[in-house]
Design a protein around this ligand. Sequence first.
Ligand code: THG
Length: 263
Amino acid sequence: MIIIGEKINGTIKSVGEAIARRDKEFIQKLARDQEVAGADYIDLCAGTEPSKEVESLRWLVEIVQEVVNVPLCLDSPSPDTLAEVIPYAGKRGLINSVSEEGDKPEKIFPLAKQYGWDVIALTLDDKGIPKDVETRLGIARSLICKAQGYGISADRIYIDPLVIALSTDNQSMLKFVEVMRRLKEEFPQVKITSGLSNISFGLPKRKMINRHFLTIALYEGMDSAILDPLDRDLMGSIYTTEALIGKDRYCRAYANAYRKGLI
Ligand code: THG
């Protein structure tokens, strides 16, 4: 599974404070630790007010790529911020994100094309997060089609179906799975990613719910997730599930992760 490490996010209090005081060591340790723990991308989200976002994100890009080899996943709601910061990244990464809100596709896809970055596409439009499967599929199809118009092939698109809380819709995970299945039937190359924490909103023992969601989603074909790779229980669930579903020959990755103390 493609793991996007979520820890460098300014909306987490301690991280927001470290960004504000430009605490290079604190951020670089989070970056290195996530890479060692198995992150394939490091998500960078400044989480600051728009006026300071470009400066903060640019600083994050500079200091994080000093200490890791993996590419970055730039997480911002603003296409203009992304356009200003992408040129500072030394490697091709992942744009987080595009959606059907406003003119985002017309701003984000040309960036992905120009710099050769892959893109996370949220199934979200100006009406908000859809609750039903058909609307999500419609948005996903439209985004994939627009991307292809810019020469961006389906294998460079990570659809994020934006899970709703299980506490408000008991079909939430089942709907997620149906969107994933049907999209993969139509576009076998497209990738599916997701955050893990929305599913458990409003319920106790959230991490337990998140882990079980991940196990089922992986079994059903999810390719990627945005998560905390420093959570050893969570990483244990990933290695275990991948071994159980035939994606880990001789359980080699599982055994290595155990030996390295990652799970
Ligand atoms: N999809 C996409 N991008 C995303 C999300 C998504 N980016 C943001 C978010 N969701 C994923 N990132 C986080 C980052 C941190 C936490 C949850 C999701 C989090 N962090 C604290 C921690 O690390 O322990 C806990 C709370 C805190 O300390 O404030 O919960 O869904 N495309």
